[in-house]
Design a protein around this ligand. Structure first.
Ligand code: SF4
Length: 683
């Protein structure tokens, strides 16, 4: 006869923690427990001997222990008022149920609790909702109640998941704002799952636990669906006849069953072993002679738990800060996860101990996954606090050392802006000094939060947890490569795309990819430009014309106006040599005057062409702003020069006048136009 103990049999972490806290308190003074600490007569009797006394009413003074089931807020108030010393061992799962129920009620939800309305845990949760929550124990009960627009559903921590899911499925078909609050304790689910797994493999199941323990009763229920199951509170209830013709016996125990009772039950079964061995051998040999279908079935995926080793199986493991443990995730909420760390213990992994970045644990952890964690401490409530980030510290430091040695680039998000730089998450917190972020000075880092940087490790001191990184180095290296490629390919006369990096009074620096070229203010347009910002802006992508490249000095001159149509060339098409134009004097120089024909198109009237008389100073005759008429004497398209003459315009005018006059004279007078002009000029 083989005896196999199911995984997760016996005390859950909530009960174990409560017993430890009660024993510790009882060493100092008598402890009054508000009702039985757990549903197990034998253990309650043992605890009583230690000074943990069960009371149904509140004591006036002394230490009062609030059980794992929890109580309502009024009880706390009363205890505080009467000056009682409170030892609160409410299970974290129950506390969570109280909290979510209270919040849902405060938010105006009609709160339903699936469970036993007589159970103190349920009564406590109801009290936290100011008695607004409605307790139901079945779908039928729920269907009888008129639902409001906003409904929240939670369950007693030991409720069966199938029952809860049934209600969820029903409510999801209703047109309402539904809030599902998963409060069923994972310890119960895991214990039941392990028991079912074992029940499928054995000939008989023994469930150990108090008859009033709701989780033990449910454990029996789930096992007997697969195999004959007996529930006992203690060893002397076992009956020899149950084991006859049974080869494999499975054992499990409720959450309030102490190890010592499990041990006693198993020892009793060991004694029966010899008695039934002979009989079973006979039966076995009979069975071996008949090859049944079952006997040739392949093994299922499920592994058989190890045969009992009393020393190993019942030993409660102890954990010390710094211990590294690989456990299984059994429950995940946004801000914490419960990890089964063996030894019938569950530890809490708070989100702050998961990583340095803000995460929702539901997004990154999955129930059933294995995770390596480090034991941090036991908190005041006895919970084992775990850290994933500490467990990974050495691993991460080793990894970072390799990255540094190989001079690799590492990517990391910015998690905080601090004085002097940025903090990034490289598994641990790394520091990027402000001067190492960009190739240029950054005044305000607020836009860098959550941004992923590509970094090289500058300094690494694992013992101090110090990691200093630089993005600037990565950018500089990349820029050097780009610059070499650019200088190899770029030629004067090319058109290139670039990004305006910086504006100065004398021009704009344009990043051509590896090197900045200078777009001088005079090259920004055909018209006069006072400041580069009148034409381009920082960050703007533009096309530029390459005027010249100096590879030795790594200087590139650019032009924007070369890519724009030349207004002079366009405008000049309208004008012809010998035509008379009207223009305005815009500038007077010693050798003549510049006359604007139209914006952007000036011509020069040489001093000798200003008047028919000789003049010494231009300003004696002309002034800026004066409108004049002049004759276009020549146009040099290439040099963009227009030569004008006021004098010739006057001569032309006079010739025209005299020609009209002479047209009416007798040709015999033989006076020519030239004669007239000469006369007019006083020659
Ligand atoms: S069964 Fe679950 S809810 Fe109840 S005390 Fe144990 S861990 Fe807490």
């Amino acid at each position: 006869m083989e005896i196999i103990v199911a995984e997760h049999a016996g005390f859950c972490f909530g009960v174990e923690k409560a017993i430890q806290a009660a024993e510790k308190a009882a060493r100092r003074e008598p402890v009054f427990s508000l009702g039985p600490l757990l549903h197990n007569k034998q253990e309650t009797a043992r605890l009583k001997k230690l000074g943990i006394i069960e009371k149904d009413e509140l004591m006036e003074k002394g230490a009062v222990l609030i059980r794992t089931h929890g109580v309502g807020p009024q009880t706390y108030e009363l205890l505080e008022k009467q000056g009682s010393k409170i030892i609160d061992v409410t299970c974290p799962h129950v506390k969570k149920a109280q909290k979510v129920a209270r919040e849902a009620a405060e938010q105006g939800y009609q709160v339903f609790i699936l469970g036993d309305h007589q159970h103190v845990e349920v009564q406590g949760i109801v009290a936290w909702t100011e008695n607004k929550a409605i307790v139901i124990n079945s779908l039928e009960e729920l269907k009888k109640i008129k639902l409001k627009d906003k409904v929240a559903l939670l369950a007693q921590t030991t409720e069966k998941e199938t029952n809860f899911n049934e209600l969820v499925a029903y409510l999801q078909t209703q047109p309402l704002d539904l809030k599902i609050l998963p409060t069923i304790c994972s310890a119960t689910r895991i214990r039941q799952k392990a028991a079912v797994k074992l029940a499928k493999q054995v000939d008989l199941m023994i469930v150990i636990g108090g008859r009033h323990s709701s989780n033990t009763k449910k454990l029996k229920e789930v096992c007997q669906k697969y195999v004959t199951t007996y529930q006992v509170e203690q060893a002397d209830e076992l009956q020899l006849k149950w084991f006859q013709n049974k080869f494999k016996i499975g054992v499990t125990a409720g959450a309030s069953t102490p190890d010592w009772i499990i041990k006693e039950v198993i020892e009793q079964m060991e004694e029966y072993k010899m008695d039934v061995q002979e009989e079973n051998m006979e039966e076995s040999s009979k069975q071996n002679n008949v090859v049944t279908e079952e006997a040739v079935l392949p093994q299922t995926e499920e592994t058989t738990p190890n045969s009992i080793d009393l020393g190993e199986q019942i030993n409660i493991q102890t954990f010390r800060p710094g211990d590294l443990i690989t456990g299984t995730i059994v429950q995940v909420a946004s801000d914490e996860a419960l990890i089964d760390i063996g030894g019938k213990s569950e530890g809490i992994l708070p989100v702050t101990e998961f990583s340095n970045t803000k995460v929702d644990l539901c997004d990154v952890l999955e129930v059933g996954e294995e995770i390596t964690v480090e034991v941090v401490k036991k908190d005041e409530e006895g919970n084992i606090i775990l850290s994933r980030k500490r467990a990974h510290f050495n691993e991460i430091m080793e990894h970072l050392a390799q990255v540094k040695k190989a001079n690799e680039i590492i990517e990391a998000p910015v998690i905080e802006i601090v004085k002097g730089g940025l903090l990034v998450d490289v598994g641990v917190k790394g520091f990027v000094p402000a001067s190492q972020v960009e190739l240029f000075f950054v005044k305000d880092f607020s836009e860098y939060l959550q941004k992923v940087l590509r970094l090289r490790i500058l300094e690494l001191e694992p013992e101090k947890g110090k990691v200093v990184l630089s993005q600037r180095i990565v950018l500089a290296e990349e820029r050097e490569k780009q610059k070499a490629a650019l200088l190899k390919d770029i030629e004067a006369g090319q058109t290139r795309k670039g990004v305006v990096k910086r504006l100065t009074n004398f021009g704009a620096f344009v990043d051509l990819g590896g090197l900045d070229g200078l777009l001088h203010v005079s090259e920004l347009g055909w018209q006069r430009v006072d400041h580069p910002s009148d034409v381009v802006q920082e960050g703007q992508e533009i096309e530029v014309y390459v005027l010249s490249v100096d590879r030795d000095k790594e200087k590139i001159s650019l032009s924007l106006k070369e890519l724009l149509p030349d207004p002079w060339q366009e405008a000049i098409k309208k004008y012809e040599v010998n035509s008379i134009i009207t223009g305005k004097v815009v500038r007077i120089v010693s050798f003549g005057a510049f006359v604007e024909l139209e914006p952007g198109l000036d011509g020069l009237v040489h001093i000798s062409k200003i008047s028919k008389q000789r003049i010494d100073t231009v300003s004696d005759v002309l002034e800026v702003g004066q409108e004049i008429q002049a004759k276009i004497m020549s146009i040099d398209v290439e040099r963009k020069r227009i030569s004008l003459s006021i004098k010739d315009a006057l001569i032309d005018e006079e010739e025209a006048k005299y020609a009209s006059y002479l047209g009416h004279q007798d040709t015999q007078d033989l006076v020519t136009i030239g004669d007239l002009i000469k006369e007019n000029q006083g020659e």
